[in-house]
Design a protein around this ligand. Sequence first.
Ligand SMILES: Nc1nc2c(ncn2[C@@H]2O[C@H](COP(=O)(O)OP(=O)(O)OP(=O)(O)O)[C@@H](O)[C@H]2O)c(=O)[nH]1
Ligand SMILES: [Mg+2]
Length: 351
Amino acid sequence: MPFAQLVIGPPGAGKSTYCNGMHQFLGAIGRKCSVVNLDPANDKTSYPCALDVRDLVTLEEIMDEHKLGPNGATLYALEDLEENFDWLEEGLKELGEDYVIFDCPGQVELFTHHSSLRNIFFKIQKMGYRLIVIHLIDSYALTLPSMYISALLLSLRAMLQLDLPHLNVLTKIDNLSNYTNLPFNLDFYTEVQDLNYLLPHLEAESSRLTNSKFSALNTAIIDLVEEFGLVAFETLAVEDKKSMMNLLKAIDRASGYAFGPAEGANDTVWSVAVREGMGGMDVRDVQERWLDAKDEYDALEREELEEIAKMEEKARQSAMGPGMDDLDDDELANWSGPVPDSGITVRRKQT
Ligand SMILES: Nc1nc2c(ncn2[C@@H]2O[C@H](COP(=O)(O)OP(=O)(O)OP(=O)(O)O)[C@@H](O)[C@H]2O)c(=O)[nH]1
Ligand SMILES: [Mg+2]
């Protein structure tokens, strides 16, 4: 019973970067993983691509052949893939029990209205995959109330349309402190509970939004999101191991992986940590790490890295005995210890 992540989200949300990061992270914890590119526009993947939709269809060909723009061509390409699902099925069979990550295109119509991506996902599920949708949204959306509301609507719509286990994730959380100060703590945005507090900020955003017609509409949208009670967000800074571990833990719980297969016996410290549920970060920890005290934490991590580098250097030195640099000329002439690695290998003749 293989597991798979379907990575969706608007253009530039960080989908391909996430696929690359998650592929590396899963490799490090000993979980065999393959990445499948389903984005016909993605001609340069930073991850090793186990299967590439561009081998079936490319955006350029469709735009050329059918005189379509890039958005129309992407929808067409996905319809093409749905028609030729055998191609994907054969390829996936080759991957056996690998944990699969699907990198999807960023056209939002594909996961809000158009049916092809949904049909493809259900066909993959029919093959026996346990799927989870990972919907990525750039955390820049928190910086304007109207953008945040549209992120909520987009997330809700995608959850209803795709109808699969689903996690919404605010990406690039490490960038958030570079933007304007947010009026609320991070947990207000991730837990999506008291949206009425957002209304005055929404109205202050533009004079047009204070109009009574818009006020009623804003209230109706907020009530709609709250009544469904489905949308919440995880957070991610893709280069931060703790953040990745925290997200993977949430994904494993939501997809059922946590109750299924375990990695092999030859575990690394990160795989043990993920399994044991360590590294669980409350959203208040995320707020402190990436917003309230980002500079202090950055400096602390730099110091830790320098300390580790120093300790590694010391261990290397002591494994080699006293350093050659410490010897005077006579001692150097009588030196019998190992010579530090200069990067050059000298091949001596056998006598
Ligand atoms: N600071 C920061 N930058 C990130 C992070 N994740 C992604 N990025 C950057 O965001 C930009 C867009 O990332 P992509 O992975 O190409 O986004 P995408 O969703 O695949 O984009 P499309 O395929 O065009 O829809 C890149 O410049 C990434 O380096 C993150 O966690 N932190
Ligand atoms: Mg991409």
